[in-house]
Write a protein that binds this ligand. Structure first.
Ligand SMILES: [Zn+2]
Length: 145
């Protein structure tokens, strides 16, 4: 068990929610890349309204085994759209989307040691949104309107 609660954001679900509303309890249960390495490469996110598991090892997680098929929806995004959404999120929150603002990223797991973390390379372990080198540094650009 680790001490502090790590922040975690479900960017795929947030992207879907940014495009319109999905029902309460709706979640993604399948993630599939289609047309890999072609100009039509895209990611299919499939989800539905699941229900929380009440007992057993996976308690608290969601199962879609007996979901209502009418809640099934498939969303298609390009990698560029997904990357752009993370960039926009970073701009809005000032946090690093690779490590979710934690400064460390999970890189492995074992039964004896649990999750293993290492400093996040994207933000130099600061948890702050990485600044692009080609982005001009400096002041607000809202003055001229
Ligand atoms: Zn980071």
């Amino acid at each position: 068990m680790s001490g502090a609660e790590r922040k975690h954001y479900n960017f795929d679900l947030m992207l879907i929610q940014s495009q319109g509303s999905v029902p309460d309890g709706w979640g993604i249960y399948s993630w599939e890349v289609v047309n890999l390495h072609t100009p039509h490469e895209a990611i299919h996110l499939t989800g539905g309204v699941g229900r929380p598991i009440k007992k057993g090892k996976r308690k608290g997680r969601t199962t879609w085994r007996d979901m209502d098929p009418s809640t099934k929806m498939v969303f298609t995004f390009t990698r560029q759209q997904m990357a752009a959404f993370r960039k926009a999120w970073e701009a809005e929150t000032g946090e690093c989307s690779n490590c979710h603002g934690n400064g460390t990223e999970c890189y492995g797991w074992s039964a004896t040691e649990g999750e293993r973390f290492r400093p996040c390379k994207a933000c130099n372990a600061t948890g702050k949104a990485p600044v692009d080198d080609d982005t001009p540094q400096g002041g607000a650009q809202e003055a001229a309107r």
